[in-house]
Design a protein around this ligand. Sequence first.
Ligand code: NAP
Ligand code: FE
Length: 367
Amino acid sequence: MKNFNFFIPTKIIFGKGRINELNENLPEKFNNIMIVTGKNSAKKSGALDKIKFLLKDKNLILFDKTEENPSFDILEKGRELAKKEKVEIIIGLGGGSPMDAAKGIALLTNNEGSMRDYMKGKTPSKDILPIVCIPTTSGTGSEVTPYAVFTDPENEDKGGYANTGLFPIFSIIDPELTYSMPETLIINTGIDALTHALEGYFSTKANILNDYLAIHSIEIITGNIKDAAKKDKSAMDRLSYASMVAGIVISNAGTLFLHAAGYPLTVYHKIPHGLANAILLPAFINFLKQKSNIKEKIEIIESIFEQVGGIESFLNELGIKTKLSAYNINKEELRIFVKKTIHKKNLLITPAKITEQDIYDFYESIL
Ligand code: NAP
Ligand code: FE
């Protein structure tokens, strides 16, 4: 059997209503607490008010400027406020975007230089502030990962950054906080989680324990996403759980070529992250079928999809079109997408040798 490491230092607090346990889990020594959230949803759903009430005895610093697919600029604004207010701990409340922004601000508060420097290989010289995550979508798994994903508008690029210091000290996964999601958000984020579990399962860093969790997560998502999209609460609870499990899977095995190839769709066409992965998913499985040596694993995945009518019909029933032209993407852009994808580290743990031409052919096959 292959040797492996399995590392998740984040305390997981899972269950409906458990947001109420926020205060008792926060180390008492911290008083200046920054809450990083998005512009609207946490206010509209009441999640922010709830947290303000729970932490009424603390000095709360609110940063509610996070955009979708957070950029370096937002992190600079957050850092400025965090330094000024002498923030000691940062809570990310929202989808992957606010949770990742919280992670970026936690890194930058005590460390000089921009996030771009760190993504290019600079090592933080001082400690990253402690992070707490409270997801309100069921997709990214950021609440249990050492990753944060940022957009670089100047270079029209998007990519992930990894540092074990980005693991939250604890995360509260309270499915009730996801109940305000509209149907398309449930679907897009659910497919993001599904692709995390799939990519972690196919990764060259896969291991026996992680594979077990990946299959567990894939079965729950494929079996529940349709009901969840109809706002069936038990199905939504299961997606909250399964997306967290898929986060554990990528913490140990990473995401692959599929995620890297999806980023240009978001950068150039504003296609939501999960949907970008969904559009490319059938082509990615075909790609691995032709190029990789993991035939048995692919058969196992196909047999799971067969239980829900096969992968194409599973996605179509969720309203997802798997042709790039359906999203106004044309042939002329593909060379740019290739250039953005070829250098991503995700390719190094994909179980296939991938050339620029392979990436071009991959996109072109679903034009
Ligand atoms: P998101 O970008 O955080 O949010 C998308 C939209 O959903 C926003 O308009 C947000 O509104 C809204 N929203 C969030 N929660 C809601 C709720 N409960 N009810 C109604 N609306 C809600 O979406 P996401 O898919 O969760 O995160 C995507 C980001 O995470 C991408 O940048 C992706 O690359 C990254 N990601 C990170 C990891 C990781 O390990 N760190 C893994 C995969 C993906 P507000 O802005 O008003 O809140
Ligand atoms: Fe993702």
